[in-house]
Design a protein around this ligand. Structure first.
Ligand SMILES: *Cc1c(COP(=O)(O)O)cnc(C)c1O
Length: 339
């Protein structure tokens, strides 16, 4: 038995999900003929109270399509320096959109309204790129799965409105935030011009993300998705997994968070763990004592069939998910205590 704590993307479809996929009615989605893709898009848009949605092959594609739809070459995207759209999407902002970035520091990857306000370039200054888009991430991946205070997101939205900027949410793990807070998908739908959500992270689908926005925005995004090579044909088999995930795998994210907290509690008692970044969701970052390099720690876990990831020479990441059970947690505890 392999215990895989590298990422929440490693999950396999459950039996119920596979059955939903096998039964899905399909058609050619580029012609708009796939009833299951259409149902997923309508379902997601309905959940968030947004006008329309677009099924995308990945979270990267959903974000990059959104950035392309919101910007012109030379425009500036304001985001945190660790944001996925900048840090983990292969330079796509430059490559796909020819846009520049204004990178802000932040507390566990979160930016503030006053930072955004201070970094909007004056339109009349011909030296500066035109500020066009603000993008935030919730939960914040490289910030250790941190969750935004919704009031701050509202305040950033206000700054965007006042200055004619578009406002995008990379919500790859938005449901991880939603199960820990009092906000609803509709609250987020009202606030943002566009939202991307991942079906293949904690929600456990094999493939796919959904981008949401106004009808006009999604029409534009659909064209861009085709140009990016993301027009899929009988994609309903994959969309069916997404529908199943939204129906069955949202509330259970709380279990992943509980297991991450339990892992943090165990790590806190180990002599070779120096500190643990306080975790708010399913991502758990911790630092190992310099006398025990992370790569050595990873190798020892691997020998015991436990996979994890190092973020730096001393920082390790554990991610809990649908395929990490209480039994696996008990085994992991035993192995950790034996090191
Ligand atoms: C995983 C992730 C994405 C998208 O990743 P894909 O692997 O392209 O699906 C986007 N944003 C964040 C914050 C992520 O964690």
């Amino acid at each position: 038995m392999i215990i895989d704590l590298r990422s929440d993307t490693v999950t396999r479809p459950t039996q119920g999900m596979l059955e939903a996929m096998m039964k899905a009615p399909v058609g050619d989605d580029v012609f708009g003929d796939d009833p299951t893709v259409n149902a997923l898009e309508a379902k997601a848009a309905g959940m968030f109270g947004m006008e329309a949605a677009l099924f995308c092959a990945s979270g990267t594609m959903a974000n990059q399509v959104a950035i392309k739809a919101h910007t012109q070459p030379g425009d500036e995207v304001i985001c945190n320096e660790l944001s996925h759209i900048y840090y983990y999407e292969g330079g796509g902002i430059a490559m796909n959109s020819g846009a520049s970035v204004c990178l802000l520091p932040g507390d566990k990857g979160r930016i503030t309204a006053s930072q955004v306000r201070a970094h909007i370039n004056p339109v009349e200054d011909v030296h500066r790129p035109l500020s066009r888009l603000v993008s935030v991430e919730n939960t914040m991946n490289k910030g250790g799965g941190s969750i935004y205070d919704f009031k701050e997101l509202i305040a950033i939205g206000k700054v965007c409105k006042e200055n004619g900027l578009k406002y995008h949410l990379d919500g790859a793990r938005l449901f991880n935030a939603l199960v820990e807070t009092n906000e609803t998908p509709e609250d987020f739908g009202k606030l943002f011009d566009s939202i991307s959500i991942c079906l293949s992270k904690g929600l456990g689908a094999p493939v796919g993300s959904v981008l949401m926005g106004s009808k006009e925005f999604i029409t534009k995004a659909r064209r861009i998705r085709k140009v990016f090579g993301g027009g899929m044909r009988q994609a309903g088999f994959l969309a069916a997994a997404g529908i199943h995930a939204l129906d069955n795998h949202v509330e259970r994210l709380k279990d992943d968070h509980r297991r991450a907290r339990q892992l943090a509690g165990i790590l806190a008692t180990l002599p070779f763990v120096d500190d643990i970044i306080p975790n708010e969701s399913n991502l758990l970052f911790f630092n190992i004592n310099p006398s025990f390099p992370a790569q050595e720690f990873l190798a020892k876990l691997r020998k015991n069939n436990i996979l994890s990831m190092a973020l730096s020479p001393q920082t390790v990441r554990f991610v809990t998910h649908l395929d990490f059970t209480d039994e696996m947690l008990a085994t992991t505890e035993k192995v950790l205590r034996s090191l």
